[in-house]
Write a new protein. Structure first.
Length: 279
């Protein structure tokens, strides 16, 4: 089947990112605005390359190097390809873009914390500074994720993530070493950009809040293949504790100068594995 030819026609005078107002910011005294906001629209397509090897220059990489703008197609349609037209018209916007960004995970924080101060400063400038990417939309993990060195919640209440006892009053809630490191790194982000929109997502609520009492359900072998243990969703009797868990998390981060601007109740809630919290 012949591939279509794409022709990009731009009739827009500008494109806006991070343009939805009133959603809140995570805090910090860093610069605000910059490329992508209403006062500094993106008028031309831009492309940046990171950690890409340069074939003609061994032992070097292009770290946040500006590259040529992307081109959908060069050539003609004489080879029997169908023509497609893409029209960008900013006079008839259909939706607004909140922003572009990355994810704060435990592995990210661990690597950043291992950097020399001058190197970390440069990395943060490259990611959040107005002369760098100026990222304005960030997600972080509430508790551990599949990008953590070990599994934990903010209230395991036991010797391990799958060994906790019920803590209905959340008396043992705490960010712990990893959560504290996360909060401090996000607070540092605010020194470079003060208007980042930040939202958090848990991979799982504490195991004792769930129907099978497990933070992560093990895989069981059957004749049909591997399947996770069922009933790994939130036990509805712990809904008040789940609400309080999120409330305590928001307050704990606020103690480090970080405002949480949004939440999702679950990462990938429709994940077929069903090994995490609210399905």
């Amino acid at each position: 089947m012949p591939l279509p030819v794409f022709l990009l026609i731009t009739v827009a005078t500008s494109a806006y990112a991070q343009s939805v107002k009133g959603l809140g910011v995570s805090g910090g005294n860093g610069s605000r605005g910059g490329i992508g906001d209403g006062a500094h629209p993106v008028r031309h397509a831009q492309a940046f390359i990171t950690d890409a090897l340069i074939p003609t220059a061994p032992n070097t990489t292009r770290q946040l190097a500006r590259g040529p703008a992307p081109v959908l197609f060069h050539g003609n349609a004489s080879a029997g390809c169908g023509n497609r037209m893409v029209v960008v018209d900013s006079n008839k916007p259909q939706q607004e873009m909140v922003g572009f960004g990355h994810a704060w995970t435990d592995s990210t924080v661990d690597v950043f914390d291992s950097l020399e101060p001058a190197v970390l400063d440069q990395v943060m400038q490259d990611l959040f500074g107005q002369s760098g990417n100026n990222m304005g939309f960030m997600r972080h993990t509430i508790g551990s994720s599949d990008l953590s060195g070990h599994q934990y919640s903010y209230d395991d209440n036991g010797p391990g993530f799958n060994l906790g006892e019920p803590d209905p009053g959340l008396a043992n809630f705490g960010l712990g070493q990893d959560g504290t490191a996360m909060a401090r790194m996000i607070a540092r982000m605010g020194q470079y950009k003060g208007d980042v929109f930040l939202f958090g997502s848990p991979w799982s609520l504490p195991g004792w809040m769930k129907n099978n009492d497990l933070f992560i359900a093990p895989v069981i072998e059957t004749l049909g293949g591997q399947y996770p243990l069922l009933n790994n969703s939130l036990n509805i009797k712990y809904i008040p504790q789940a609400v309080e868990y999120f409330t305590k998390y928001i307050d704990a981060f606020l103690g480090y100068g970080v405002t949480i601007n949004g939440l999702t109740l679950q990462n990938e809630p429709l994940n077929y594995q069903g090994r995490f919290s609210p399905e």
